[in-house]
Design a protein around this ligand. Structure first.
Ligand SMILES: Nc1ncnc2c1ncn2[C@@H]1O[C@H](COP(=O)(O)OP(=O)(O)OP(=O)(O)O)[C@@H](O)[C@H]1O
Ligand SMILES: [Mg+2]
Length: 177
């Protein structure tokens, strides 16, 4: 089974994906590394530009039929059996990206994306089997246990569990208004 773990930058994809892969005994694949190794992406300034169709095509050829956890904010474009969209309070996303030294512009862009469900909406356009998991206030272990619990119960779709418009006031300082 191919599990794609996606979400806004800083939401916790890499942390959760590695732990999830370890607990399930699946192979962990960082799409960033994969894209670099395969020469699928192109560096444009400090950003890696990826042709998603080319990524999906290559990934399918290399991993179809294997047990893989694919980590990356483009993973929902893969032909996956399950897409896990990680969510986090936009303020948490903002603080994490600030801690990484991202520019105000970049922080604002990503906080806004989390606020208005950009990745979730994209994922729903690409795949039927989408489960959303709110990581806010949870440890990575708890998040992984929640994902495994849903898989074991056969849950293939669970969306609409967060509404960041409720915390909009707390998010304003991070926005590019
Ligand atoms: N419940 C949680 N799930 C995942 N990460 C968490 C959680 N709680 C705290 N964290 C922390 O949040 C940070 C998330 O960073 P991580 O690199 O995993 O995010 P990412 O989504 O892979 O980012 P990027 O898109 O830039 O690759 C880590 O420092 C991790 O320890
Ligand atoms: Mg990551």
């Amino acid at each position: 089974m191919i599990i794609a773990v996606t979400g806004t930058p800083g939401v916790g994809k890499t942390t959760v994906s590695k732990l999830l892969a370890r607990k399930l005994g699946y192979e962990y694949v960082s799409l960033r590394d994969y894209v670099m190794e395969r020469g699928i992406g192109e560096m444009k300034g400090d950003e890696l530009e990826v042709e998603v169709d080319e990524l999906a095509y290559n990934f399918e050829r290399d991993f179809a039929g294997k047990n893989v956890v694919a980590d990356g904010h483009l993973s929902h474009f893969l032909k996956a059996d399950l897409v896990v969209v990680l969510r986090a309070h936009p303020k948490l996303v903002g603080e994490r990206l600030k801690g990484r030294g991202y520019s105000k512009e970049k922080i604002g862009e990503n906080v806004e994306a989390e606020l208005v469900d950009v990745i979730l909406v994209e994922a729903l356009e690409e795949n039927e089997n989408v489960i959303e998991v709110d990581t806010t206030g949870k440890t990575p272990e708890k998040v992984v246990d929640e994902i495994i619990g849903l898989i074991q119960k056969g849950v293939k779709r669970r969306v609409g569990i967060v509404d960041w418009s409720e915390v909009y006031d707390e998010v304003i300082p991070y926005l590019r208004l």
